[in-house]
Ligand binder design. Structure first.
Ligand SMILES: [Zn+2]
Length: 554
């Protein structure tokens, strides 16, 4: 858990124009900034960033939010991870709330790892499998490989040794099945997954027979989250301080490479490289070598890894394997020396992309330029980005400013912000900008009176938070999990024309409330609820009497 103070600092220090501007080129238009939307195929820039309110909104696809929302959408991160991501970029130390709640989970994983290790010592099949793959014993021991036998043997062991079953369930090692608790992993070669501090947080298991899935990882638990750990990260930590990390695809790639002396090898644990994993690597310096499988899927994953690494301030180099090989097979066929040669020929990411395309024709070169421009937009540090631009402009023989523009796309006609603006929308939009107006929303119970469901939700949120020390669209967005609500708030920060001032606001609020009361009175009469109709009429007359006095200037 991240301390609220950290979240607050990140929110205050992260400037939305800087952050979004590092992903896509933004152009100042009036008080806002505009660019091509990264979330839908956008031909004319319809993506707006509002520096005053620290919000963004796309008039094309309707997406929107604050700076944390943008990082969540762009980097596909959960809220706390988006906070960590931005904190890293801003150089803010993340203070975590330490909890002892999870200690039993670490214990359960350690107990299970010991059980799997001892079962490995007894299993001919598991040992024969590793021998077939040519893996040395020392590496197997260092990575604490194990074996999960068939049948519910871990459960039996837990009962025998009185390990609390509940902890094994919480750690994802026992699963509830129709016939009761059973082992999550069985008849699998087991790979313990370590945190960077060396605690086992989960497991990966590979079948020894033909069952599917071939690889199975622990389910998400309180100590194991997808995309958050690197296979081999803990074992590679000192090697990665000496030389750049070497990113490969699978667990066996890591084991074979380490076995052959490449101790700096790590893998992303069955997912494409995530920003959080890249941030772990960033702690070891600003370079990483990518060496993924030599096939179409590997090429695609390489492209994605380049993007993620660049966004996290790491300069990627790419070592390309021959078609059909992976690091595991290549190092076993060519030996450590052959692998070393291949790694020495690693290209920088631009050469890699240019090399993967046919650059014989002008059109093909243009296409490469375009692709590289998209990647460059991901480079978070402006100076670094400029250095790349200079170098590329030279290499492609294009003007530097042309290259900059290339990253920007065509500056087509502005998207006009003529959303249907009703009185309700203007009231709620104005209330988002001022706690004083928000209090009027609360006092007149406008959330009830607003017809549009989304506006109603925003109005009710505005009313709930109007007395807090800090008030505003960006703050409110951090207080809701509801994506639709966050978007609605962001959209409203771009409603600027014809917003009422304070006096006008109250008069309109009264009219809105009175109109709503009128509808309720009619309904109450129709339902024969005369007492209720009378009570509502009194409220309505009171409202109109006050606004009548205001109008006559008293
Ligand atoms: Zn969009």
């Amino acid at each position: 858990m991240i301390k609220p103070e950290t979240v607050e600092r990140v929110r205050l220090e992260a400037d939305i124009v800087d952050i979004i501007g590092s992903y896509l080129p933004l152009k100042k238009v009036g008080r806002n900034f505009r660019g091509l939307c990264p979330f839908h195929p956008d031909r004319s820039p319809s993506f707006y960033v509002n520096p005053e309110r620290q919000t963004y909104h796309c008039f094309g696809c309707g997406t929107g939010g604050n700076v944390l929302g943008f990082i969540m959408a762009q980097e596909k991160l959960a809220f706390p991870d988006a906070v960590r991501f931005l904190a890293n970029r801003l150089g803010i130390e993340v203070q975590e709330q330490t909890s002892t709640r999870n200690r039993p989970l670490y214990e359960a994983c350690e107990q299970a790892a010991q059980f799997f290790e001892s079962e490995f010592g007894k299993s001919r099949a598991a040992q024969a499998y590793l021998a077939r793959r040519g893996l040395g014993e020392a590496t197997a021991r260092e990575f604490r490989l194990g074996y999960a036998p068939p049948g519910n043997r871990l459960r039996a062991e837990a009962r025998k040794r009185s390990w609390p079953e509940e902890n094994l369930v919480r750690a994802g090692l026992l699963a509830r099945r129709e016939d009761g608790l059973g082992d999550y992993f069985y008849n699998r070669l087991m790979f313990p997954l370590f945190s960077m501090s060396g605690k086992i947080v989960g497991f990966g298991g590979r079948v020894l027979d033909d069952r599917e899935p071939k690889y199975l990882n622990s389910p998400e638990t309180d100590i194991f989250r997808k995309g958050y750990n690197l296979y081999g990260g803990y074992q590679a930590r000192s090697a990665m301080r000496e030389q750049p990390p070497l990113l490969v695809e699978g667990n066996f790639d890591v084991l074979s490479m380490v076995d052959s002396g490449f101790a700096n090898t790590i893998a992303p644990l069955g997912t494409a490289l995530t920003a959080n994993q890249a941030l772990l690597l960033a702690k070891f310096g600003n370079r990483t070598t990518v060496c993924l499988d030599g096939d179409a899927a590997g090429a695609k994953a390489t492209r994605r890894a380049i993007e993620v690494l660049l966004a996290c301030g790491i300069e990627p180099r790419v070592a390309v394997l021959p078609q059909g090989s992976d690091p595991d097979s290549y190092v076993r066929q060519q030996g450590a020396a052959g692998m070393r040669q291949l790694l020495d020929r690693a290209q920088d990411f631009v050469d890699y992309i240019a090399g993967a395309a046919d650059t014989g024709s002008v059109l093909a070169r243009r296409q490469v330029l375009r692709e590289v421009a998209v990647l460059l937009a991901r480079v978070s540090d402006a100076t670094t980005r400029e250095l790349y631009v200079n170098e590329l402009a030279g290499r492609f023989g294009v003007d530097k400013y042309q290259m900059m523009r290339e990253a920007g796309g065509a500056g087509a006609a502005p998207a006009t912000s003529t959303q249907p603006t009703k009185m309700e929308e203007k009231l709620v939009a104005a209330a988002l900008q001022s706690a004083d107006l928000a209090r009027i929303v609360r006092d007149f119970c406008l959330a009830e009176a607003v017809a549009d469901e989304q506006l109603k939700a925003v109005a009710s949120m505005v009313a709930d938070h109007c007395d807090e020390a800090e008030f505003g669209a960006a703050v409110l967005m951090n207080q809701t999990e509801d994506e639709g609500l966050r978007r609605a708030i962001a959209r409203l920060t771009f409603v600027e024309q014809g917003l009422p001032d304070a006096a006008e606001f109250e008069a309109r609020a009264r009219r809105l409330r009175a109109g709503w009361l009128h509808g309720r009175i009619v309904a109450a009469h129709a339902a024969g609820k005369e007492r209720e109709a009378e009570r509502l009429s009194k409220e309505k007359n009171e409202l109109l009497r006050v606004s009548g006095e205001e109008r006559s200037g008293s």
